[in-house]
Design a binder for this molecule. Structure first.
Ligand code: CA
Ligand code: CA
Ligand code: CA
Length: 528
């Protein structure tokens, strides 16, 4: 009896298996693959300054619950993840001088509020990465206070030298006096002492902190000031700062991924791409600080001789790191003037969005960019970058009031722009949602368009997974001030920045069009 039953079970299993195989052969696309599992670290990110984003309890300051209650705005916008600028207790408004890496800033809420934000984000399919200030602490951090007092536990946590030391002469301004004839390193000023990354206790402490937040459910980190870990003048010659930093970072990433695979780590290496790309040796991504200027220059000049070749060159460099490397373009961030202050023209801003959000990798959007928010540095005794980090105008009582905004009084708020089909916000929404549903735009290879010119910037995005899942798009930007006549096959228009219905083979001045191409075209382009 038992044998007979087993036989029957085996036969039915075989039948089921063969049915499945037959189906696959008939239609390979039936074989559904969850590409978010295949490429778990890919997606577009939205950078949030928590203090300025959304206020849930009407104290004027943005908070975790505000973000949680506005998650639907982000889901609707079509981003895949958020990067929260520093969330830890800090004596400053910006938080880049951390007092306690294991706690959250009470201005922003409680740990329970933060954990709830993580839970709700996961439920709604939004990844969360947090700013991790690894180069330095606050000078009020217990580690630094203990180190100053000469407590044994903190020996070697920071760097100290005497003026006779040759390191002091190399980069004099980063050394700050703390005792007669003794100095400590603080690249960003005396209130932010640099941790000594040559010290293995410090390295391990920083790895432990990362794991603490990963255990809570964050999906990764934006590493602050990554290039300064072993900065110039901070480490003694003949040590080469970048190589020394890369060794430390490689260990950091290795130890983290050992326990938490698929952690997304993106570093701030504010330098030319030729330098920042070296960090792909150690971490998943570094922000591309050239993208914003390249896009702005091409749009403002009305032409570019090298935009496409420069991106191709950059992608070739990082592709040497294979799957691990993720391109991370962005326009501008919290340390820079906002793009709407650089180009105050809706068509130009829509074109910039089209140029950014059709690039490979993980594009980052700075909160408010989707509205055309303005903001520039203010030169004053007390105010500096606050005016680049102003309250997001939601148009409801979530809008924060911690800082008076004199730059965006005439800007249409979120509520108004959502109702306006021609708004910049709706352009971001359309592009981001298209990118989420189109495999080529999200994951595809970047191949320059052969008919491109210095006013018609163009590229294909080609996705070919095992020859079973394929998609191909052609992206064209007219950066000039005149219309551009296209002579193309009757391709499907996926997106036109002037409104899909109005596209009639004329690509208007300062506009973007995206076509879906027939799969057969892949054979011609994807011949490697
Ligand atoms: Ca609040
Ligand atoms: Ca340093
Ligand atoms: Ca990773």
């Amino acid at each position: 009896m038992k044998k007979g039953l087993l036989f029957l079970l085996l036969v039915s299993t075989l039948i089921l298996t063969s049915c499945k195989q037959t189906n696959n052969e008939e239609d390979p696309q039936e074989n559904i693959i969850d590409f978010e599992q295949v490429y778990p670290e890919h997606g577009t990110y939205y950078q949030i300054f928590v203090r300025s984003f959304a206020d849930s309890d009407n104290d004027g300051i943005g908070d975790f619950n505000g973000i949680t209650e506005k998650l639907d705005y982000l889901v609707d916008l079509g981003v895949d993840g958020i990067w929260l600028m520093p969330i830890h207790p800090s004596p400053s408004y910006h938080g880049y001088d951390v007092l306690d890496y294991y706690a959250v800033n009470e201005d922003y809420g409680t740990m329970a509020d933060f954990e709830n934000l993580l839970d709700m984000s996961e439920e709604k399919g939004i990844n969360v990465i947090i700013d991790y200030v690894i180069n330095h602490t606050s000078n009020q951090h217990p580690w630094f206070q203990g180190w100053l007092n000469g407590e044994e536990e903190y020996l070697g946590f920071y760097r100290d030298i005497t003026s006779s030391d040759d390191r002091f002469e190399e980069n004099r301004s980063i050394w700050h006096a703390f005792d007669s004839g003794q100095y400590y390193a603080g690249y960003f000023g005396s209130s932010m002492p640099d941790l000594n990354w040559s010290n293995t206790t410090v390295q391990n402490k920083m790895i432990d902190i990362a794991k603490y937040w990963l255990e809570k459910g964050v999906d990764g980190f934006r590493l602050d000031a990554t290039i300064h870990l072993e900065g110039v003048g901070e480490v003694k010659a003949p040590t080469i700062p970048i190589e020394s930093t890369l060794t430390k970072l490689e260990y950091f990433e290795f130890k983290i991924e050992e326990d938490y695979p698929n952690t997304f780590i993106v570093g701030e290496v504010w330098d030319a791409f030729s330098t920042s790309s070296k960090f792909y040796q150690a971490i998943d991504a570094t922000f591309n600080f050239e993208t914003g200027d390249d896009i702005t220059r091409a749009i403002n000049a009305g032409f570019s001789n090298d935009y496409i070749t420069s991106i191709s060159r950059q992608l070739n460099i990082i592709n040497e790191y294979e799957d691990k490397a993720i391109y991370a373009p962005f326009l501008y961030n919290h340390d820079q003037d906002r793009i709407a202050s650089i180009m105050n023209d809706r068509s130009k801003l829509k074109l910039a969005a089209g140029m950014l959000l059709t690039l490979p990798g993980n594009p980052f959007i700075y909160y408010g960019e989707e509205l055309g928010m303005k903001g520039v540095k203010t030169y004053g005794p007390d105010i500096w970058d606050e005016t680049r980090r102003l309250p997001l105008p939601f148009g409801d009582d979530y809008t924060t009031t911690w800082f008076e905004d004199t730059y965006n009084q005439n800007l249409d708020d979120v509520t108004t722009q959502l109702d306006d089909p021609n708004s910049l916000l709706n352009v971001y929404k359309t592009l981001l949602n298209l990118r989420q549903t189109n495999l080529s735009l999200k994951y595809g290879k970047f191949i320059p368009y052969e008919e491109a010119s210095n006013v018609l910037l163009g590229y294909y995005r080609v996705f070919n997974y095992d020859d079973t899942h394929q998609s191909i798009t052609l992206v064209l930007h007219n950066v000039s001030d005149g219309d551009y006549q296209l002579y193309l096959d009757n391709y499907d228009v996926l997106y036109y920045s002037k409104g899909n219905a109005s596209f009639t083979n004329t690509l208007e001045a300062k506009s973007t069009v995206i076509f879906e191409l027939p799969i057969e075209k892949i054979g011609e382009l994807d011949e490697e």
